[in-house]
Every structure is written in C-alpha cells, then in structure tokens.
Design a protein around this ligand. Structure first.
Ligand SMILES: *Cc1c(COP(=O)(O)O)cnc(C)c1O
Length: 347
C-alpha cells in the first residue's frame, strides 16, 4: 500500500467524446505536454488513438517522437518547441508537423539535408509574445517559406497561433491579427490546409475560434478553468484521483504517506477536507513527506484516503482556487515518483 495516482481511462474517453462534440466540425488535437498533464504519456496516447484521435499536440520533438512510437503512422503529431537544426531533422525523421514561430528555423530548414519536405505550420504572434513571427516580419517569413516550398524543402500545411483566453476582448484582437495574417499568406500563394488558434476555453465557448483544429489539453483531462464554468456545465469530468495511505495514528493525528515533495502544495494545509471512513476530516498540515489529517475513531494504518479527484471531495481545480492558482498547477505537480494506476473497463 502506498500513495497512488489512479487514472480512469474510461472517464478520459468520455471527455474525448465530449470535446470532439464540442469542437466539431473542427478536429480535436489532444495536447499531451508535460507527460499528458502528468497522467502518463503512453496509456493516454494509446487510449486516445483507440478512441479515434487523429491529431496530437506533443510540445517538443522528443515527446513528439515518443508519441509517434506509441501512436503509429496514422496520427498527425504537432510540435512547437523546436531548438534548431537537430530538432528539425529529428522532427522530419519522426514525420512530425512542425510549428515554426521563428525565422531562424526557416534559415535552418534551407540548409538541412532531409529525405522529405518538412511539414510546416507557421506561427503568427498575435500578442502573447512567447514565440511566433511578429506581424511586421510576416511577409518576409512568407517569402522565405515560398522559396522553401518551391525548393521542395517545405510542405506548407498550416497557420497557427496561441491566445491568452483570459479575456474575450484580447482574444478578439488576437483573432483579427490571425485572420489578417492568413489573408496575407493566401495572397502570397500560401493557402493553409489547417488553421488553429484556440485551446480548451475558447474552443468550447467561441465557435468562431475553432477553425480547422482546436488544441485541447486541460478539458480532455477534465480540468476545468479556475473561476470559470463547472465540470457539469462543460460536460467534462476529472479523470484522476490522488490517494495516500495511512501510515500511523498518534496524538498529532492521522499520518499519510504523501506530502509536498509528492506534489501536494503545503499551502493547502488546513484548507480542505477529505473523505475518511469516519466521515469528512480536515487536512491539518502538509509536510514534505507526509500529510496529517484530523483523527477519527478507528483510523487504521493501511486505510486509503483520496486527496483530490473524482473519488475525493474536491477536484484539482477546487484546490487550486483555494491558493489562487489554476487546476493544471495542482495536476502537473503530482510527482513521477507516485505510481500511476490505470483502470479501464470499456476498451
Ligand atoms: C498547452 C497548450 C494548449 C492546450 O491548452 P489547454 O488550455 O490545456 O487546453 C494548446 N496550445 C498550446 C500552444 C499550448 O501550449
């Protein structure tokens, strides 16, 4: 018995169906960065492919290549953290779709010896300034891309951007920049097969943001936005329960074998309740390697206690809201040292 993160792959599959329905007719690109939001890359990708997912957003090239090994040849895999020539070569070798937001990468592509054209999605910076080609450099980047297409080095596949989803007004401004950039590209003879700019929130709430593909991470894993609509309203459900085991019972309380080093923020100590065999009890303190609960009569070493998730009183986002952060912050912290346990009855 020990701490465990229990992932319900059937609940995950239900979320995938819900996301597909919400963003249709756009395609759902399942985002799997950070080890599939800490749920574990391999089981998540395997189930997603079985459920019909045909686009996966993998973030970096190493993850993209890992997804290719898991998912096989028929899935499109998009990556957008690309360091330079070596990453480009590895990405082309793994048959990845490359999100290019930096003109230096176009220079690298012009020098690269590859066996096939690189599948490129050009990124316009629509205001987040993380990466992306600035509007004033867009025409130059298009000209360079056209040359690479003519030279057989690039297959021009898409235009994309990333938006804040923090306010509708900011997103509207970003979308205007995006649409203008697409018009300029078309005028330059580069007509994208795929346009994509929305993630979970805008993909669900705003149909004009869906375009051809919506890149959905959080909602696929049932992580609702902090301060936003609830799971029921969105039609999604959390898929993973973090549980710990009672190791000792003493005057201080009931001790569990999981602490802040395993991912539970110590700032949550004293802030929430968990279900116990004796009824709800307060989480009194979260130390580096243990958590202490208020006692109940008959507490036994070996009892399993759910801290957050569908089997607990609170979700990751509920806990996040107590300390002014977002659900991803709680979910992504679950340490890789906590074993994952997968359940599935449907497939
Ligand atoms: C993380 C990420 C997403 C997914 O965002 P969610 O809000 O988790 O759906 C989409 N696109 C990019 C570029 C990202 O980095």
């Amino acid at each position: 018995m020990s701490a465990v993160y229990r992932v319900d792959l059937d609940a995950f599959a239900r979320n995938l169906r819900r996301v597909r329905e919400a963003v249709a007719p756009a395609a759902h690109m399942l985002v799997v960065k950070d080890d599939a939001y800490a749920h574990g890359l391999e089981p998540i990708v395997t189930r997603a492919v079985a459920e019909g997912i045909r686009w996966i957003g993998a973030f970096d090239v190493v993850t993209g290549a890992a997804v290719r090994r898991i998912a096989g040849p028929d899935v499109r895999i998009f990556v957008w953290l690309i360091g330079g020539s070596d990453d480009l070569a590895a990405g082309i070798a793994a048959d990845l779709d490359l999100g290019i937001g930096d003109e230096a990468l176009l220079d690298d592509l012009s020098r690269l010896e590859a066996h096939r054209p690189a599948r490129v999605h050009l990124k316009i910076d629509t205001g987040l300034h993380r990466n992306g080609i600035r509007p004033e450099r867009w025409e130059a980047a298009l000209a360079q891309t056209s040359e690479l297409v003519t030279a057989g080095r690039v297959a021009f596949e898409g235009i994309w951007s990333h938006i804040s989803e923090a306010s509708d007004a900011d997103d509207d401004d970003a979308r205007a920049v995006f649409l203008a950039a697409r018009e300029t590209a078309r005028a330059a003879g580069l007509d994208p097969r795929f346009s994509h700019l929305a993630a979970s929130a805008a993909g669900f709430a705003r149909d004009e943001f869906r375009e051809d593909i919506v890149r959905v991470g959080a909602f696929s894993y049932g992580i609702r936005p902090a301060g936003g609509p609830g799971e029921r309203e969105l039609g999604i459900e959390p898929i993973a329960t973090l549980s710990a085991t009672v190791t000792a019972v003493d005057a201080a309380g009931v001790h569990l074998d999981l602490g802040s080093l395993h991912g539970l923020p110590s700032a949550l100590g004293g802030r929430f309740d968990v279900v116990t065999p004796g009824g709800p009890r307060r989480v009194e303190a979260i130390a580096p390697t243990e958590t202490v609960l208020a006692p109940w009569a008959g507490a036994q070493p070996g009892d399993e206690i759910a801290l957050f998730g569908p089997a607990a009183l609170h979700t990751a986002t509920d806990l996040a809201e107590l300390i002014d952060t977002i659900g991803e912050e709680i979910a992504l912290r679950v340490s890789p040292t906590v074993p994952r346990d997968y359940t599935s009855t449907d497939a």
